[in-house]
Design a protein around this ligand. Structure first.
Ligand code: G1P
Length: 290
């Protein structure tokens, strides 16, 4: 039986250059899909999966994220006096457990591996999850919950994966797959953003990880990889002689909300699923269809 996963790291220090000018003064993780910011989808997914401690690795200009998960007494009073109880309940549900949330800063955005390393003292020596809010997953059962349900079987490192078009492998961490059993794949190596011509497969990591804490020691080295950044993929790869590595082909649809196309698609898809908006969105889609 694997150790329980209680902690999740949310790297939110990235600059969001692909969404400028929207993200000049606002964290990219606060971009709303319908009416919920991306970071809240990720936090809700972690809660659903039973995560108790949330560790945010933030950076300059990201305080809106902290405020989002904190109380706003004035707003609460206004909603109360206007009898807006549903909105009030929504706000209350946002709150993170006092003492179970940590904000630490990554002073420079020098890679996902470095962001995770910045959380090392709070992670300690237990398995932990990492969620990238840019990757939004629409699923009946949250992607991280699906992973935690399988983690007892796999232990080690378990990441969410999907097949991508070969010409896109240079955007992802890619697995060298040795075995496929149903929706679980086993890998013997990983490469960060390989050129399509040399990618070992098209099975690619999307932003959900359950990691063995041994990865932290590898991150201590601060080795620089693809794109001149300290890569989590490289650190995981260096543990593979000791730690099993599996990818779960999760049930659901993943939207790359770091890209404009993915973000627009997510907005349409999530609105279509909302009972209060689906008719309106269907109408809009029909109207603009060629
Ligand atoms: C990061 C990881 C990459 C992973 C991707 C998923 O890349 O480094 O391995 O496949 O997230 O979205 P980034 O998108 O930050 O360049």
């Amino acid at each position: 039986m694997s150790q329980r996963v209680r902690k999740a790291v949310f790297p939110v220090g990235g600059l969001g250059t692909r969404f400028l000018p929207a993200t000049k003064a606002m964290p990219k993780e606060m971009l709303p899909v319908v009416d919920k910011p991306l970071i809240q989808y990720a936090v809700d997914e972690a809660r659903e999966a039973g995560i108790e401690e949330m560790i945010f690795v933030t950076g300059r200009g990201k305080t809106a994220i902290e405020n989002h998960f904190d109380r706003d007494i004035e707003l609460e009073q206004v909603l109360k006096s206007r009898g807006k109880t549903a909105e009030l309940d929504d706000l209350q549900a946002l709150m993170l457990d006092a003492g179970n949330v940590i904000y630490t800063r990554q002073q420079e955005a020098i890679g996902l591996g470095h962001a995770v390393w910045c959380a090392r003292h709070w992670i300690g020596d237990e398995p932990f999850a990492v969620l990238l809010a840019d990757d939004l997953v629409q699923a009946k059962t949250g992607c991280l919950k699906q992973m935690i349900d399988r983690y007892n079987e796999t232990g080690g490192h378990l990441v969410a994966v999907e097949n991508v078009p070969r010409e896109h492998t240079n955007r992802y961490g890619v697995l060298d797959v040795v075995e496929t059993k149903g929706n679980l794949v086993k890998a013997r190596d990983l490469v960060e953003k390989p050129d399509p011509a040399v990618a070992p497969s098209t099975m690619s990591i999307i932003g959900r990880y359950i990691l063995d804490p041994s990865v932290i020691k590898e991150l201590d080295r601060h080795d620089v990889g693809a794109g001149g950044e300290i890569q989590l993929t490289d650190a995981m790869a260096r543990t593979l002689d000791r730690v099993d590595f599996h990818g779960l082909q999760f049930d659901g649809t993943r939207f790359d909300c770091g890209s404009k196309r993915g973000f627009l698609e997510a907005t349409i898809s999530f609105a279509l699923e909302r009972p209060d908006l689906s008719d309106a969105m269907q109408d809009i889609v029909n109207r603009y269809a060629k």
